[in-house]
Design a protein around this ligand. Structure first.
Ligand code: GLN
Length: 495
């Protein structure tokens, strides 16, 4: 049952071969028995009440394509009922009085919330090790990181603890964990999915999206996720191109004539041989499907790391100033005066990486350094976006390459080395800085590094990047690949 896709589960529900209550119980049972630390908060009663409501919709004929299908929400989307911690001690006991727009939309579609899943604190990280509630273990190999920050979302799909999950991507947090866990994820064009109720990390970059087993499932989820929201001032309107479209509509287009841009900068120094081999094999598969490969260059790729690690911390330092012990969450129990209360609260509530980013962000925004760092980074951000537009203008329809330079690393390997973590984001950051949509689909496994065959079990992701609003096209490109290959159907043993 749990190996089925959303599409298959929906068909069973509509044919009344299974009820949402049975399905929900099945997944809740799996979550209870699992040892990956993917779920942070579960409330069986609440989930089963939603399932009963979904079953009533099947009885009265008002069920839609996602009704009754269970979903896990990244614990950065606020939910009524389930706690919302953002992976931080600061919000350890926080219960939101309202639902995020994304959650509200899936609730109205009749989806059943299974619970909230683990993440790096405030979505800052690439390995899930920055969670205040211990990291998730990669279902393919418990010694490996699941990726981050949406490690819980990706691991929940890989371990078949949920058929669908929400996630967010600021600099790669949907694509990289999807790659490390061998599942499918898409980050839409910036501004297509509402950020209302999505706890802010870096507002000009944060974007919600789905993770599931297949591109087809991601298309079904995007149908309900995308859309203008008056409560988010950066949400794009229909006039700006954010149409309520059917993302499944292009799913059966042949790929004949598709021009795939292959950026030389994504295949240079630092890319592990096993990842390169799997990605190149995937590119060959696309050639068999009728596509042509075009060499392109995205010359500013290397600058995406310093640019992102100025802009994202700058925005984070501003967004996180609200956690002051007065308005939300944790407050230190002993303090001398107001200043002391702020200091102690923030020192106790935030983990090391979050504190580091607040300090870097405050530094680059302060008078005297603002022009040298922040303004400069914004200028380079534009040049990075221009690189992509030059490629899409006349050379290619989509861009492909690896999601990350290596397969998932061991838990602990980079835990005390922030720069090593940042460098691993090299292939995902520029897409985020440009606001473009990007996907990750499974395309193979590592081959064993230096004779270390543990890596042979760790998945490799193929990244597919498109121009603004090209989600339907990306999903079809991924879907055609998934019709021809079975990497997305592989599941870890012993789950
Ligand atoms: N790894 C990146 C970071 O640490 C991206 C995180 C994200 O996309 N939320 O900021």
């Amino acid at each position: 049952m749990h190996n089925k896709t959303i599409k298959e589960l929906s068909a069973l529900l509509h044919a009344k071969q299974i009820s949402s209550t049975e399905l929900t119980r099945h997944y809740l049972g799996r979550i209870e028995a699992s040892g990956h630390n993917a779920f942070l908060h579960v409330d069986q009663e609440l989930s089963l009440a939603q399932a009963a409501a979904a079953d009533a919709r099947f009885a009265d004929g008002t069920a839609g394509p996602l009704t009754g299908v269970p979903i896990a929400h990244k614990d950065i989307f606020v939910t009524r009922g389930w706690r919302t911690t953002a992976g931080s001690k600061m919000l350890a006991n926080y219960v939101s009085p309202f639902d995020a727009t994304v959650v509200e939309r899936f609730n109205s579609a009749g989806m059943v919330t299974l619970g909230k899943v683990n993440l790096d604190e405030f979505a800052m990280g690439s390995s899930n090790e920055n969670s205040a509630f211990a990291p998730v273990h990669n279902p393919w190999d418990a010694k490996a990181v699941p990726g981050g920050s949406s490690g819980g979302s990706a691991a929940a799909i890989a371990a078949r603890l949920a058929p669908a999950a929400t996630a967010t991507d600021t600099g790669g947090s949907i694509r990289q964990p999807a790659a490390f866990c061998g599942v499918t994820g898409i980050k839409p064009t910036y501004g297509r999915v509402s950020r209302f109720g999505m706890i802010a990390f870096a507002s000009s970059l944060d974007q919600g999206g789905p993770i599931a087993q297949t591109a087809e499932d991601c298309a079904l989820l995007l149908n309900d996720m995308v859309g203008h929201d008056v409560r988010d001032s950066t949400s794009l309107t229909p006039e700006q191109g954010n149409l309520q479209e059917d993302f499944t509509r292009e799913l059966n287009q042949p790929l004949t004539g598709l021009r795939i841009g292959v950026p030389s900068e994504y295949f240079g120094e630092g890319l592990a041989a096993d990842v390169e081999q799997a990605v190149r094999a995937a590119l060959e598969q696309f050639v068999k499907l009728g596509a042509t490969l075009v060499d392109i260059s995205l010359p500013k790729t290397a600058l995406s790391i310093p640019t992102y690690y100025i802009i994202a911390p700058a925005e984070a330092s501003s967004n996180l100033s609200r956690f002051d012990g007065v308005r939300y969450g944790h407050r230190a129990s002993e303090y001398k005066d107001l200043q002391d209360m702020y200091k102690k609260t923030r020192a106790e509530g935030f983990g090391r990486e979050v504190q580091r980013r607040i300090m870097v962000g405050t530094y680059v925004l302060c008078h005297g350094y603002y022009d040298a760092y922040y303004v400069q980074a914004q200028k380079i951000r534009r040049l990075i976006a221009d690189d992509f537009q030059a490629a899409f203008a006349d050379k290619c329809d989509v861009i492909m390459g690896p999601v990350a330079p290596t397969v998932a690393w061991d838990l602990g390997d980079k835990a005390n080395d922030p720069v090593a973590n940042y460098l691993a984001d090299i292939y995902t950051l520029s897409t985020s800085l440009a606001g473009l949509p990007g996907m990750s689909i499974p395309c193979g496994f590592g081959q064993g590094k230096d004779g270390d065959m543990r890596n042979a079990k760790r998945p490799v992701g193929l990244q597919i990047i498109g121009n603004y609003f090209s989600e339907a096209k990306l999903l079809n490109v991924a879907h055609q690949y998934q019709l021809a290959t079975d990497w997305h159907q592989r599941a870890p043993e012993n789950i």
